[in-house]
Write a protein that binds this ligand. Structure first.
Ligand code: T5A
Length: 245
């Protein structure tokens, strides 16, 4: 997707996955990346928030350990924003500028849902932060993986148990917090339906993957497989004459 000399640079495609805890975002980010690499033969970068760059990963470790919790949701939003700023500058924008597809596990909608709708911060305040931090680097497509909060929390807990880890800062919140998150993500999808698509994430991983593939095919035709030469119309004799003569 590199521009020819003299042409305007072609920006890559930016896809984000959003949803509550244990919705299957990491699982589906990896699967979608494999699909798109096979479909397009072009590089796909998979990344996550908070994190994705060395400095942002340091902020992630602190926030998920609960270091900022006593300072309240605004301080947490500032830390997520600081991590996002570095992630955008170091990884996302350079990859998009190279024409790559970037798939990010959580992005700005998580701040809107967790610190805004569930944490009680004023959406106007978060909108101002977004303008400063994210600017024009908005996702082309946001896949909102939707499932009941109890189901996602049970998945996250089972995975944590298998790994010998306890609940992190946000997993440990009460069920009401997670139910508000679900509603918030659905409201975002409803308000910004041109950017967002809701995917039923309560089914098994293969069914969710198929649903995501269908959305990406419809919404992002530029990432569809190149048609096989056998399916292309045969060149007209006129065209051959012009080219040959
Ligand atoms: N946060 C983040 C904010 O508050 N504000 C912000 O601005 C940002 C960016 C990040 C936390 O930070 C908060 C939100 C989060 O609480 P995290 O560890 O990255 O922490 O948490 P999550 O993003 O929620 O990631 P999880 O790993 O918990 O969930 P995923 O990625 O949605 O799910 P995944 O794929 O890891 O799957 C979880 C388990 O379920 C299984 C998997 O094998 C795995 O064991 N699974 C399925 N099981 C059945 N059916 C399916 N379809 C399944 N898909 C996956």
């Amino acid at each position: 997707m590199t521009a020819a000399p003299g042409e305007a640079p072609v920006r890559g495609v930016f896809i984000t996955l959003e949803g509550g805890e244990g919705a299957g975002k990491s699982t589906q980010a990896a699967r979608l990346a494999a699909t798109l690499r096979a479909r397009t033969g072009r590089p796909v970068t998979v990344t996550r928030e908070p994190g994705g760059s060395p400095r942002a990963e340091e902020i992630r470790a602190a926030v998920l350990a609960g270091v900022a919790k006593p300072y309240g949701p605004f301080a947490e939003a500032l830390l997520f924003s600081a991590a996002r700023l570095d992630h955008l500058d170091r990884l996302i924008r350079p990859a998009l500028a190279r024409g790559e597809t970037v798939i990010c596990d959580r992005f700005l909608d998580s701040t809107r849902a967790y610190q805004g709708a569930a944490g009680g911060l004023d959406p106007a305040l978060l909108g101002a932060l977004e303008r400063v931090v994210v600017g024009p680097t908005r996702p082309d497509l946001t896949l909102i993986l939707d499932l009941p909060a109890e189901t996602g929390l049970a998945r996250a807990a089972a995975r944590g148990q298998a790994a010998g880890e306890g609940a992190d800062r946000f997993e440990a919140e009460a069920l009401g917090f997670h139910t508000r998150l679900r509603t918030a993500f659905l409201e975002i999808a409803n308000r910004e339906s041109a950017r967002c698509a809701v995917v039923d994430a309560s089914a098994g991983p293969d069914a969710v993957e198929a649903a995501i593939r269908a959305v990406v095919t419809t919404r992002l035709p530029a990432l569809s497989p190149a048609p096989s030469p056998a399916l292309l119309p045969a060149p007209s004799p006129d065209a051959e004459t012009r080219n040959g003569g």
